[in-house]
Design a protein around this ligand. Structure first.
Ligand code: NAD
Length: 175
């Protein structure tokens, strides 16, 4: 049994990690698609697909999840939602089941005949990319929301400085 999970992972946080651990208890292999792979360097999507691959690879290794149990595949967005499932299928190994809490993702896969499961949310008020990025901008405690290895990646790439710089630029453009 092979499962599929799609997420922007901006950045990869402890909620994503909990979902992956849980889903790996139900499937033999998991395909993890990094969505919106073409986006980076914006306040909503600050990290490149390559940086997100690093975050995932290191966090899964840190948590003892064997590399033989998953595939990490960056996927760019496309204009047509109606063609998106075919686009995903073109880029991934075959899969039997889809895991997502995102209503659009659920809808598109279920209309294509896939069994779609909505995994329970873990502390969604804290474990969300929006909250992590907000805390980075406000000098809050963003580190506790992320696996330690993801904190290291963000420090290596000066991720917080990037977000703060982008926020400054966007403000000055409004003036
Ligand atoms: P996300 O990173 O917000 O979430 C990924 C998954 O993790 C979701 O299923 C979500 O429910 C789960 N999750 C998040 N926080 C959690 C928590 N605290 N506890 C448990 N689970 C948690 O990403 P997303 O927005 O779902 O990503 C969907 C991607 O698919 C986007 O990149 C989007 O652009 C892409 N997409 C593209 C098209 C297109 O190109 N036409 C169409 C549909 C979707």
């Amino acid at each position: 049994m092979r499962g599929l999970l799609v997420g922007r992972m901006q950045p990869f946080h402890r909620g994503h990690l909990q979902v992956i651990k849980r889903v790996l208890g139900e499937v033999d292999e998991l395909i993890i698609c990094i969505g919106s792979a073409q986006l980076s360097h914006s306040l909503r999507d600050p990290f490149t697909a390559g940086e997100r691959v690093m975050m995932l690879t290191k966090a899964l290794s840190e948590n003892g999840i064997p590399a033989s149990s998953y595939y990490i595949i960056p996927v760019q967005d496309i204009e047509c939602n109606a063609l998106w499932v075919a686009h995903i299928k073109m880029l991934t190994p075959p899969f039997d089941r889809v895991y997502s809490g995102n209503p659009l993702v659920q809808r598109l896969f279920s209309e294509d005949g896939y069994e779609v499961t909505s995994p329970p949310l873990f502390y969604r008020d804290r474990y969300s990319g929006t909250e992590v990025r907000r805390r980075m901008l406000d000098d809050g405690d963003w580190r506790s929301l992320l696996p330690d290895s993801v904190v290291e990646v963000i420090e290596e790439i000066n991720g917080v400085e990037r977000i703060k710089h982008l926020a400054k630029k966007e403000v000055s453009e409004l003036v």
